[in-house]
Design a binder for this molecule. Sequence first.
Ligand SMILES: Cc1ncc(COP(=O)(O)O)c(C=O)c1O
Length: 405
Amino acid sequence: MSDKPAILGGTPLFSERLPIVQPTLPDYETIAPQVREILATGMLTKGRYLRQFEERLADYLGVKHAVCVSSCTLGLALTYQGLGLKGQVIVPSFTFMATVHPLLWVGAEPVFVDIDSGTWNIDPARVEAAITKSTIAIVAVHNFGNPAAVAELEAIARRYGLRLIFDAAHGFGSLYRGRPVGGSGDAEVFSLSPTKLLVAGEGGVVATNRDDLASHVRVGREYGNPGDYGSDFPGLNARMPEFNAILGLKSLEMLEENARRRNRVADAFRKQLGRLPGLAFQSIHPEDRCSYKDFSLLVDERGFGLTRDELALALQAENVDIRKYHDPPVHAHGAYRHLYPHYSDALPVTDEVARRSLSLPVWSHMDQAIVEGICHAVERIHDHAEDVRRAVAECSPAGSGPQRS
Ligand SMILES: Cc1ncc(COP(=O)(O)O)c(C=O)c1O
């Protein structure tokens, strides 16, 4: 096969679109008896599989309560509400919008703080510098499954009497100092949507050692109704159906193996792509394990010979799906821009990582041939960097250069 990149007329390395993610799911036969049972009994919600799933999750995470909800977004909303977050809440902007939106739903004021350039997680030193008299909480994210600076953030929260919440949407499969993330701060909130390592179809988990918060989330997922058809506060319908709990139970059994397999895939990417100039990766603390919910590169134009956007276009021509996650970062979204004009250049690391990072396809059962194919695609694009740049410029609208997204 010619080694000319597809964007220069070569044959694409993948004949069909390689998706950004494929969930690793159980065979239908392994969950068929339980699915048959709920269909036969009509117990489709609030049943025994939800209770079982919550018990197993609490056990796995080493927390007192694991409360399942219909999504991480609503888990965060009920958590923020239960903790009474009225005031300033320090939060990263280099995250998915669902970390921040629920703050507005509960009337809190997000204060965006920059990330660390190595870990791409919120920077504890900048968190401390942003604390004011109005600060009431810190929200940190285990970005792409890389555990946040848990101990440092806990120390700051203790010192200033602040609430601490972890958006652990990417956290199943992540280990902080050898233990599953999930038991720190006031709560850690996970997502179980299909792009995650633990998949329940859709769903979320609020993990907490606080009885009052667990109780708030349990009542809050039932409209705020404590059981007497009154309501203690304005809640939501945020229940997890039985089918999702059945799928989640099976997925939990597969989690450790899937996290290990995904780490092997990530190691192979790091080893092979790390040989190319101008590519860097998220730094993971040596005692931690990243879930690699996503595998991302940081492209240095001077070293690599192409910008992130040029590489992205050339990879798409190879039929490799890519994502520019968190570009634009949340503070630049339409929903926030008008509220926070003063953030326009206050988050230089966030802006830089958002502009230069690129996520490649990754999934737990990805085989070696696909890993090699993706690496080969990046390599041959790099080998023809000058011609690729010219080709990208020719197909971009005159004078506008490559598109950001
Ligand atoms: C960091 C982060 N927080 C929250 C969410 C929202 O999760 P869900 O789709 O389960 O509501 C996501 C979704 O992927 C996410 O990436």
